[in-house]
Design a protein around this ligand. Sequence first.
Ligand code: PAN
Ligand code: ZN
Length: 194
Amino acid sequence: MHDPFSAVRRYDPRAGTLSGAVPAERRLRELAGVFADDKAFAAACAAGNPLVYTVASAEPADGAGDLHYGIGTLYPGRVGAEFFQTKGHLHAMRDAAETYIGLRGKGLMLLEDERTGACTAQPLEANGIVYVPGFVAHRTVNTGNEPLVYLGVYPARAGHDYGTIAEKNFKQVVVERNGRVEVLARADVLASLR
Ligand code: PAN
Ligand code: ZN
């Protein structure tokens, strides 16, 4: 029988593992449409389709007040000038918020409010916390040289809507230029690639 109190898990912030969870893997080819530079994307897929990130999730219960959580491990790397990043999503239950707790590495979260269009890039790194309010699309970007490992805690019923992002993508793109991390408008990046 399900024991509601057998709730202890162990995680390893270096490896990004969570006891009792088999991590889901996202390889580059599954991120079609995410990166701005189509040619660089095709070349990187052909050159070995690298592992971009894993997510090890815990879903203890599914009631209205329950929580799920997952450890994401986003590897360092780039497609052209653009840093490795997650697919990004809105929650299917739009008002579901999420707390991201940085465990290792250094990166940014792209946040975009679908109601107002307001967008921002906030630092996500070891010892930092980013609160993602409801109605806000979120994507994680690794701007460092080591894995970016973080814990995300969200309502059990949040669900993931990837379709809206697949259609619209985020307005901001994070690239390396002259050895620096820069957050640019996607429209400008696309124009410069033409
Ligand atoms: C996170 C994400 C994780 C992977 O646990 O699921 O960072 O990103 P994608 O789901 O966009 O591929 C979360 O935000 N859960 O709600
Ligand atoms: Zn989420």
